[in-house]
Design a protein around this ligand. Structure first.
Ligand code: ADP
Length: 491
């Protein structure tokens, strides 16, 4: 099959979170399965140009219709670790992608409405006719609308759309101006509850709802989160829309790219190890301590890696630092916050704990350090308020770093409590799970993990090895996406 991925991120060239990892990892897996895959991305000024090989101009004068006029764009093309990527660069005073950031601008909905329009125009003008267009998150929600309401009449009648929702919280709720820009001008038609009208705001359209209504298949990134989105509040107001379209909605667990996240071959860690030589993991713990100036001692090392955001349960991350210290453990945190209040909070904590030899708080984004932490830590906490899939627990499992997670979303599908899981026999359990959002719940799980590490090190080692045995590669999800593509392609 010929598949085009259209997204706002692709790791490692553009990565703000898990979306980037998924776009890259899934594309790679689909190519291994003998599909032809291309990726269309915005050309941000701040992306990592050093991760693109053979960059050249692929389409010089792409004029993208916009508000009755047209914006002149160039399309560049290059290889990102073997994946063929097209980058759209508009030349206009709006400077849509020259903002020094990926997201967080007041006109984000206009930036990505334009990107979606430009991506469709590029496919159309360059005569690309993929079997499947795979769109991701709210940023590309208007693409299936444009395909079925406009481009279908210009020769793109055979294309099918798979739409993946990575985070229901950000939906792209906007005014009619975004629609007018793209040429979807018929307000009365689109401002309809069955089409693009936001479920709660009668004066706004909703990009994500558009993606759900118009796509041939919709999925979120784990089976449990798909259930939560329909039957609990996790759909953030889209539950009813998902119920209306339940026949084409499901959950597919994300995978991990084991070429990148694998302690046996990881070139960003000083000592490679696997199940056979698991004892070498401790050499990475030593290296991590040296790098972060933590004292050498016979203590467990607990880590947190991730965005510092309400979604991730920052109040519990904060509590975990002090609880770990009170239990005599060490703690390493690597995270970045876009919300100023959270950022200031953790900078304050960092200043306060600066001279403590048992804790290190690294605020910022650091891919290399993340690898060393996964390899060096004994346990990793993921206390999320909600978690569509979660990659850090799966990476932790691969590195023999025992996850301590809150039982929500994809965490339920990947981590099975050593002491209390009812569905898996003891030899298939791989971590610790708690359910409530209060400090006590987190403490109870950390307490059990630290207790096992201290009192029954062989049992702890066994638990870590059981985690390493799980296969959370792209193999299974790749197969599932392929089946879905085949299914919608023939409808
Ligand atoms: P989300 O997509 O909600 O941010 P995921 O758990 O799905 O969370 O994916 C997070 C990914 O981003 C993981 O690969 C993790 O290692 C990486 N990551 C998150 N924060 C940082 C950071 N500050 N530095 C380096 N890598 C990070």
């Amino acid at each position: 099959m010929y598949i085009v991925q259209i997204a706002s991120e692709c790791a490692p060239v553009i990565k703000a979170g898990g979306l980037g990892d998924v776009v890259y990892g899934l594309s790679r897996e689909l190519e291994i399965r003998e599909n032809c895959v291309e990726i269309i991305l915005p050309m941000y000024d701040c992306m990592r140009y050093d991760q693109i090989w053979g960059m050249h101009e692929a389409y010089r004068d792409l004029w993208v219709p916009w508000y009755g006029g047209a914006i002149h764009c160039s399309v560049f093309c290059g290889w990102v670790h073997g994946r063929l990527c097209f980058f759209i660069q508009p030349h206009s005073g709006d400077n849509f992608f020259n903002r020094g950031c990926y997201y967080g601008c007041l006109d984000d909905y206009m930036r990505f409405a334009f990107f979606s329009k430009a991506a469709m125009e590029f496919l159309h003008k360059s005569n690309k006719r993929p079997d499947i267009i795979h769109c991701h998150d709210w940023q590309t929600g208007l693409i299936p609308v444009m395909l079925y309401e406009m481009y279908k009449w210009h020769g793109m009648w055979n294309q099918r759309v798979c739409y993946t929702i990575h985070n229901f919280k950000h939906q792209g709720v906007a005014g009619a101006d975004a629609l007018w820009g793209t040429g979807l001008n018929n307000d009365a038609y689109y401002y309809n509850y069955d089409r693009l009208l936001d479920n709660f705001n009668p004066t706004a359209i909703n990009f994500m709802k558009a993606g759900i209504v118009y796509s041939n298949y919709v999925n979120t990134v784990s089976p449990h989160h798909a259930w939560e989105a329909r039957y609990e509040n996790e759909g953030c107001g889209l539950g009813h829309t998902l119920n209306m379209h339940h026949y084409k909605f499901g959950g597919i667990l994300n995978g991990i790219d084991y070429n990148i996240w694998n302690p046996e071959v990881d070139h960003l860690i000083p000592f490679n190890y696997g199940i056979e030589n698991f004892k070498d993991k401790i050499l990475n713990k030593k290296a991590l301590r040296e790098r972060l100036l933590l004292r050498e001692s016979d203590k467990p090392l607990i880590a947190y890696i991730g965005r510092l955001d309400q979604q991730k349960g920052v109040h519990l991350v904060h509590h975990a630092i002090y609880y770990a210290l009170s239990r005599g453990a060490q703690f390493v945190m690597l995270g970045s916050a876009t919300e100023p209040s959270i950022n200031n909070w953790f900078w304050h904590e960092k200043g306060f704990l600066n001279n403590n030899p048992d804790v290190h708080l690294e605020i910022g984004f650091n891919e290399e350090l993340a690898h060393l932490i996964y390899a060096g830590a004994d346990m990793i906490i993921v206390p999320s308020n909600y978690e569509p899939c979660g990659l850090t627990q799966m990476i932790g499992l691969k590195y023999g770093t025992v996850p301590i997670v809150r039982g929500v979303g994809g965490l339920v599908n990947t981590v099975f409590d050593r002491d209390h899981d009812k569905l898996h026999p003891p030899e298939e359990r791989n971590g610790y799970v708690f359910f409530q959002t209060d400090n006590r719940a987190l403490e109870s799980a950390m307490d059990r993990a630290i207790g096992l590490w201290e009192q029954y090190p062989d049992e702890f080692r066994k638990l870590a090895l059981q985690g390493m045995n799980y296969d959370y590669s792209w193999n299974n999800p790749g197969q599932k996406y392929q089946e879905i593509y085949e299914y919608i392609r023939h409808r």
